[in-house]
Design a protein. Structure first.
Length: 205
């Protein structure tokens, strides 16, 4: 039996969370290694590319969040077998990353610059990405982004939306998703309920 260890920061959300969710939904046992952010500067040199998340499978290391998510998604039955649906899944995941990277680039800015840049992101960049993702969801039927079922793309967007509405991003209105992508808010609730039902079924199995 393969031994899995997923290493990411000690919070729910971010780039490691879709893989965490996929592993749990798939009933795959894994070591959930959570690193306190305060400790990261001292230990990041121990990790390849000085980046997280990192997945170990029987000691072999895999990097890159979307690669990890796709890999564990396949193991958990959460990644399309059809090539076109898989491409749609990948496109959704990469689009979410493109949007989030705009915000990540502001994390260590001085406050005045951060405020200015994030207000522009909130006014221009995020509405563009959110409306596009909203259109993609509607075109796919409104419940799932790909394959007519739960996939890693849905988990990626759930984490992305939760990050925008949680209130932890200064100068980004918590209403931004509801204003520009109302179907993504409905999707968030739908997928959260889906995950809850799935994990409860596993608990009683």
């Amino acid at each position: 039996m393969e031994k899995f260890k997923l290493t990411y920061f000690d919070f729910d959300g971010g780039r490691g969370e879709p893989a965490r969710l996929a592993l749990r939904i798939g009933g795959i046992e894994f070591e959930d290694c959570r690193i306190p952010i305060a400790e990261w500067p001292e230990i990041k040199a121990n990790y390849r590319y000085h980046q997280l998340p990192e997945l170990e499978v029987d000691g072999a290391v895999l990097n890159q969040s979307n690669v990890i998510a796709r890999y564990v998604g396949k193991l958990a039955g959460l990644y399309p077998e059809d090539d076109w649906q898989a491409a749609i899944c990948d496109a959704v995941m990469d689009t979410a990353d493109d949007a989030m990277q705009e915000l990540v680039n502001t994390f260590f800015m001085e406050e005045d610059e951060k405020k200015s840049v994030r207000e522009k992101i909130a006014g221009e960049t995020l509405p563009l990405f959110l409306s596009g993702l909203n259109d993609s969801l509607v075109a796919a039927g409104g419940n799932y982004f790909a394959d007519g079922r739960l996939t890693i793309a849905d988990l990626k967007i759930l984490v992305f939306v939760n990050g925008l509405v949680c209130g932890n991003l200064d100068y980004i209105p918590t209403t931004i998703v509801a204003e520009h992508a109302p179907d993504l808010m409905a999707h968030k609730e739908f997928i959260e309920n889906h995950i809850q039902q799935k994990t409860q079924q596993m608990d009683y199995a």
